[in-house]
Design a protein around this ligand. Structure first.
Ligand SMILES: NC(=O)c1ccc[n+]([C@@H]2O[C@H](COP(=O)([O-])OP(=O)(O)OC[C@H]3O[C@@H](n4cnc5c(N)ncnc54)[C@H](OP(=O)(O)O)[C@@H]3O)[C@@H](O)[C@H]2O)c1
Length: 190
């Protein structure tokens, strides 16, 4: 079985995912959730997200996507791919991999979107300043063909300045299309 292709992202109410190369918020429980969900799996990310994290994330296979043929990652443990399909193929070479994760940023989310089976979406409740958005204006981001199988709310508390909601969505299989019948025109011998 090929691995499930999952995408995991956090977006504010006004569509912001990043600012100045970093996350616009600090939500420690959300980071713990990210670690718990992705640990033991391959994580696929854009070169800028890798540089913003600044190291390979432990206990995960880190695959960085860049067009630079001679790119030197920040950590020797990092593997390199030169497009999203190649990164997915590389992660899928591990026969034991059950679920791989597209972890951003915006350019990689956009390229990967048609191939994504599952979406872990955190909605951060607030308006943020930022320079990186989701969804991009060119993408038809429509979850009507998806099913939401889990929702969890996290309130504001002493460690979290913003409330957030974690949703898990699965893409529904395409509707069944009946086979088209070929009508054979009988041969008329006359
Ligand atoms: N809120 C969230 O959940 C979340 C998650 C992740 C990141 N972020 C934020 O998002 C921001 C970074 O996102 P970003 O969109 O600017 O950058 P990014 O997607 O992380 O990285 C962009 C780079 O990836 C490479 N790349 C992109 N598409 C490619 C393709 N089709 N083929 C080959 N290489 C490709 C290019 O690297 P080269 O230039 O080296 O060729 C490109 O410059 C940061 O602020 C980060 O903190 C937010």
């Amino acid at each position: 079985m090929p691995p499930t292709i999952s995408m995991i992202l956090a977006v504010s109410d006004n569509g912001i995912i990043g600012h100045n190369g970093d996350l616009p918020w600090h939500l420690s429980d959300e980071l713990k959730r990210f670690r718990k969900i992705t640990t033991g799996h391959a994580i696929l990310m854009g070169r800028k997200t890798h540089e913003s994290i600044g190291r390979a994330l432990p206990d995960r296979r880190n695959i960085v996507i860049t067009r630079q043929r001679d790119y030197q990652p920040l950590d020797a443990a990092v593997e390199i791919a030169h497009d999203v399909d190649a990164a997915i193929a590389l992660a899928s070479t591990d026969r034991n991999e059950t679920e791989l994760f597209i972890i951003g940023g915006a350019t990689i989310y956009e390229s990967a979107w048609p191939r994504v089976d599952r979406l872990y979406l955190t909605r951060v409740h607030g308006q943020f300043e930022g320079d990186t958005y989701w969804p991009p204006p060119t993408l038809d981001f429509d979850l009507s063909d998806w099913t939401c199988r889990a929702t969890e709310n996290h309130p504001i508390d002493a460690k979290h300045a913003h409330a957030y909601t974690c949703e898990t969505h699965d893409r529904l299989p395409p509707p069944h299309t009946p086979p088209t019948h070929t009508h054979v025109i009988p041969h008329n011998p006359t």
